[in-house]
Each structure stands twice: as structure tokens, then as C-alpha cells.
Design a protein around this ligand. Structure first.
Ligand SMILES: Nc1ncnc2c1ncn2[C@@H]1O[C@H](COP(=O)(O)OP(=O)(O)OP(=O)(O)O)[C@@H](O)[C@H]1O
Length: 218
């Protein structure tokens, strides 16, 4: 099991009082499995993704990633787990502006002690980035930036990839091409993928679909 959420609850304090966002969410994701997470705006999709990635802690319930119980880890332990086992892909790409494409691609793998030049070269090839390696993020289109971000994430060979609307800032044709590349590379590494999307069409490309409503998944 790569990801397990068991009766996870999360409430935010707000000026109008506590806001219960997740009311006991349970789900599991095995190696190589892909799951789409849909739900209305504000239903808690990003919150769930943050908890699954150890970026935030649950109020109660259990979150297990790559066989490690996140709630039992301190911040240093969570950071280590995130570096090695979890890859995050966001709508906004989040590349490092001062680094060229080649260095952006290898950045997380180097931090995790996982840099593998052969795998990096294969990623460059499969993502069609070979002529762009010396460019900086501001010199790239959105689709090119997201291909770099996907390569940077998969260079680490994470067990779990969490993607929050990864094609949300791209036009449909570019987004479809990026999605196809992401799914084929995720499959090549055997990672599990949990992807937030508003699009039923994109959700249908994944193995399983869950919908978040009233703080619960169905
Ligand atoms: N740090 C926070 N403090 C207080 N409330 C928060 C915080 N983060 C999120 N919320 C609230 O929790 C609810 C769920 O937010 P979340 O971002 O998880 O939803 P979402 O389903 O990802 O939404 P969207 O599709 O619009 O991105 C929203 O009502 C939001 O306003």
C-alpha cells in the first residue's frame, strides 16, 4: 500500500468558528494505481492532497505513506519522507527561476540523493526537452514548464505522485499532451498517482475516481 488514509479529519479555525473540511475520509492507493479526486470548489481536495503529502497534519485519523505512519513522524521525519517518497505537481509549475532547465530537472533528485544521469537523460528524451536544457523557466511556455516540473518530480522515482490540477493552466490540447506524458512516466516508474481535477474527462483517464462531498469521499 503506497497511501492509506483512515478516518482522517481536518478542521480549520476561521473567524466564523471552526470549519470542518474532512469528516473522516478513508482511502487506499496501491503501487502503480492512479486515482482522480474530484469535488466542488472548497470541498477539501487540496487539503486532502496536503495531508497525503505530509505538508500538513490531520486532527485525527491515520495517514500512511510508503508504509510510514505520518502522524508518528516529527517534522524532520516528514521532510525526509516527502523528499524521498512523495512527488508534488502543481497547477503553477513552481520551477526555480534562477536555475536552467537541466538544473531544475535534477534539483529534487540531488536533494534526495537519488540523482541518476541515465534516468535523467531518458526523462529529457521522453519529455522532449533536449533543446531546452539551457533555457530558464521564464523563457518557456506553460506546457514546457509543466513538462520540466513532471521530469523534476519523476527524476526522484517517488512512490507517490500528488498532482493538483496539473493541466489547469494549460489549453486543452497542451494539457492533454502533458497529461499523456505524465501518465506514461508515472506508469514507467510504478508510482501511485492521486490527481485533483475539475474535469470528468481527465478523471476518466485514471484507474479510479473518488468524489469529495460534505467532507467524505464516495
Ligand atoms: N489554512 C486555512 N485556514 C482556514 N480555512 C482554510 C484553509 N485552507 C483551506 N481552507 C478552507 O477549507 C475549505 C477547503 O479548501 P480546499 O482548498 O481544500 O478546497 P478545494 O476543494 O481544493 O477547492 P478548489 O477546487 O477551489 O481549489 C475551503 O472552504 C477553504 O476556504
Amino acid at each position: 500500500m503506497v497511501l492509506l488514509l483512515d478516518t482522517v479529519k481536518k478542521t480549520y479555525p476561521t473567524s466564523e468558528g471552526p470549519l470542518a473540511v474532512l469528516n473522516g475520509v478513508s482511502l487506499t492507493l496501491g503501487q502503480g494505481e492512479t486515482m482522480a479526486l474530484t469535488g466542488e470548489s472548497g470541498s477539501g481536495k487540496s487539503t486532502l492532497l496536503h495531508l497525503a503529502g505530509g505538508l500538513d497534519g490531520a486532527d485525527s485519523g491515520k495517514v500512511v505513506v510508503d508504509s510510514q505512519d505520518i502522524s508518528a513522524l516529527d517534522e524532520a521525519g516528514r521532510a525526509k519522507l516527502r523528499r524521498r517518497s512523495v512527488g508534488l505537481i502543481f497547477q503553477q509549475f513552481n520551477l526555480i527561476p534562477s536555475l536552467d532547465v537541466a538544473h531544475n530537472l535534477g534539483f529534487h533528485a540531488r536533494l534526495a540523493g537519488r540523482f541518476d544521469p541515465t534516468w535523467q537523460a531518458e526523462l529529457v528524451e521522453r519529455l522532449g526537452l533536449s533543446t531546452l536544457l539551457k533555457r530558464y523557466p521564464e523563457q518557456l511556455s506553460g506546457g514546457q514548464q509543466q513538462r520540466v516540473a513532471i521530469g523534476r518530480t519523476l527524476a526522484v522515482r517517488p512512490k507517490l505522485v500528488l498532482a493538483d490540477e496539473p493541466t489547469g493552466n494549460l489549453d486543452e490540447a497542451t494539457g492533454d499532451a502533458v497529461m499523456e506524458l505524465m501518465l506514461s512516466l508515472v506508469a514507467a516508474t510504478g508510482a501511485a498517482l492521486l490527481m485533483v481535477t475539475h474535469s470528468p474527462r481527465l478523471a476518466a483517464l485514471l484507474d479510479r475516481q473518488v468524489h469529495l462531498r460534505a467532507g467524505l469521499v464516495a
